[in-house]
Design a protein around this ligand. Structure first.
Ligand SMILES: [Zn+2]
Length: 578
């Protein structure tokens, strides 16, 4: 049967259910034994590769030209016609494999994942999943529709964000207030949705036989190697070692700005990221890394070659094979991502570069994901290429750090030594300010789903958020702004749309910081371990992936304190370059 399977994803892009069903039927009807299991998994992989690459290509096409109605139609038709068949068929194959009790060598992790999926699967939850995604869309509609009055004009919320860079402090303050007021105005609508979200989630957990949403969600997110208690330990560690470090940095910024203490609008104007520092207190002009996309590609290529010749060659392959779509243009979706084409075994990077430093950072990050694809795509079965997000982000965040030392033009990078140092300092500061904010978001959610009855009352959520905000966020004067301060949970979309999905970034950041720390004394050894870990794909546990990369999958103050000291010391050293 599989002799007739197409070899190119393009041939599969317009498949109908009838085209795909025979292959799944063939697989599901095969007798499974130790003698046949390898071929079964290989054929399943071929089919999986074709279908996922077809879907990736259709999805990429919709982002490359948002005005192309034809590609939108093909993409939606794939979702509507093929997805339901695929999901059912995949589920059958998983059940068949589990029932066979066969344990193919090297397949322990996918089997573990399948067992838990089967354990929590309930047919009664399918309509609730649909309901939850509708609520998610409603939330997007509320936030996407936020508008405000600015200098006599009505503008969408996103357009006010550039005012965060405005050197005029009182204009920054006005813009900050205008941006945050839009969320205050949207409170009743968001509160109404909030209760619907809670109802759906509690019900899903109950249907699956769980007393509370937390253990259910833990399993649905595939969190096998850490517990809510580990997260709480991580929050304590952040409070102990990161919060004071952030206070020291913000004190220095206040001094640069010539003010007694920073106010929130001295960091940025973005209501959804109000702890990130984007305002540059140095008073220097903004970094200008490159003029053309060609220049951006060639400078990045030079940096990757410095990090590792093989990684540099991967990037050259992407350039040669046109797997980079970096520049901004009309009708290009406003997003950035890296996806993988499984059949041809190549990644693809998409972004909207407009000549600012942030674009450089995005490309370094997405390239880390691309290198992960290059390294792991040779795992024999496609289930083994499915790595956990807690490690995927180590691949990308480590690349931002490993590449950080080569930003200077003397290595072929973008900047003078002084500007390279300034860019890297900004990045390190961003890492430090992220952890406490992440701790607020994650602690808040642990409270919500441990106290659902209280959490139905938005006033109680405000009180909890305020308590957590004051515990973790120090060094900025919020006095007189309590109404906005306590409602931050309204503005963090993850809390509403993808519950609990956030600590991953905090954990991965700690992993990547350790990879970077190792690289300072032994650059080639650290990169070799990094590549070895990437090549493992999803074939081992998270702690094993981290250990292979030379890091500890950790939550403790000692590990965190070690990297925080290093980050602070590096910031001090590099600031002296300027
Ligand atoms: Zn990423």
């Amino acid at each position: 049967m599989f002799e007739t399977l197409p070899t190119s994803a393009f041939a599969v892009m317009d498949w109908k259910a009838n085209d795909i069903q025979p292959y799944f039927d063939d697989l599901v009807n095969r007798p499974l034994s130790t003698a046949t299991i390898d071929q079964f998994l290989k054929d399943w992989t071929l089919l999986g590769e074709l279908v996922t690459e077809a879907f990736s290509r259709l999805s990429v096409a919709t982002t490359q030209n948002t005005a192309d109605e034809e590609s939108k139609k093909r993409y939606l038709s794939f979702i509507e016609n093929l997805f339901p068949v695929l999901q059912m068929a995949e589920q059958k194959l998983k059940e068949k494999l589990l029932e066979s009790k066969l344990e193919p060598k090297g397949f322990e992790i996918p089997l573990r994942n399948m067992r838990v999926e089967a354990e929590i699967f309930r047919e009664a939850n399918i309509p609730l999943t649909v309901e939850e995604s509708k609520l998610r869309v409603n939330f997007d509609e509320i936030v996407g529709g936020l508008k405000l009055q600015w200098k006599g004009q009505t503008i969408p919320l996103t357009e006010i964000l550039v005012e965060g860079q405005n050197p005029n402090r009182s204009e920054r303050e006005q813009a900050w207030h205008a941006a945050h007021q839009t969320f205050i105005d949207a409170r009743p609508a968001i509160n109404e949705l909030w209760n619907k979200f809670l109802d759906v989630r509690v019900q899903m957990a109950q249907n699956a036989g769980f007393e509370s949403y937390i253990p259910y969600r833990w399993k649905s997110l595939g969190r096998f190697d850490y517990t809510p208690e580990n997260c709480a330990q991580f929050h304590d560690a952040i409070e102990k070692v990161v919060v004071p470090a952030v206070e020291r940095i913000l004190k220095r910024k206040a001094k640069e700005l010539g003010v007694e203490v920073l106010r929130p609008w001295d960091l940025n104007c973005d209501p959804t990221h109000n702890q990130t520092i984007t305002f540059d207190t140095s008073g220097k002009p903004a970094l200008k890394p490159y003029q053309t996309i060609e220049e951006m590609e060639s400078r990045s290529a030079a940096i990757f070659k410095q990090v590792d010749p093989v990684l540099g060659e991967y990037f050259e392959t992407m350039r040669r094979e046109q797997l980079l779509d970096l520049g901004s243009r009309l009708n290009k979706a406003n997003t950035g991502y890296c996806t993988t084409y499984q059949v041809v075994k190549r990644p693809f990077i998409f972004m909207n570069a407009v000549g600012i430093h942030d674009n450089v950072q995005t490309l370094l990050h997405e390239a880390g994901h691309a290198f992960h694809a290059f390294e792991s795509v040779n795992q024999p079965y496609f289930q083994l290429r499915d790595y956990p997000i807690e490690f995927a982000e180590v691949a990308s965040m480590s690349m931002e750090l490993l590449a950080g030392r080569y930003l200077s033009s003397k290595f072929g990078g973008y900047y003078s030594d002084a500007d390279a140092a300034r860019a890297f300092v900004q990045h390190l500061e961003g890492m430090l300010t992220f952890w406490p904010y992440m701790a607020v978001v994650d602690s808040f959610q642990l409270w919500v789903y441990s106290n659902v009855d209280d959490a139905r009352d938005p006033a109680k959520c405000d009180a909890k958020w305020l308590e957590l905000w004051r515990r973790f966020i120090k060094g900025v004067d919020w006095s007189g702004l309590e109404e906005i301060e306590k409602t931050g949970w309204h503005r963090k979309l993850h809390i509403h749309q993808i519950p609990f999905y956030y600590v991953e970034y905090g954990l991965a950041q700690l992993g990547s910081a350790q990879v970077w720390a190792k690289s300072l004394n032994d650059p080639s050894g650290a990169v070799a371990n990094y590549r070895k870990a990437l090549a493992l794909g999803g074939s081992v546990t998270l702690p094993e992936l981290y250990a292979t990369a030379g890091a500890k999958f950790a939550f403790d103050a000692e590990t965190l304190g070690g990297v925080v000291s290093l980050i602070e010391k590096t910031i001090t050293d590099l600031s002296a370059v300027n």
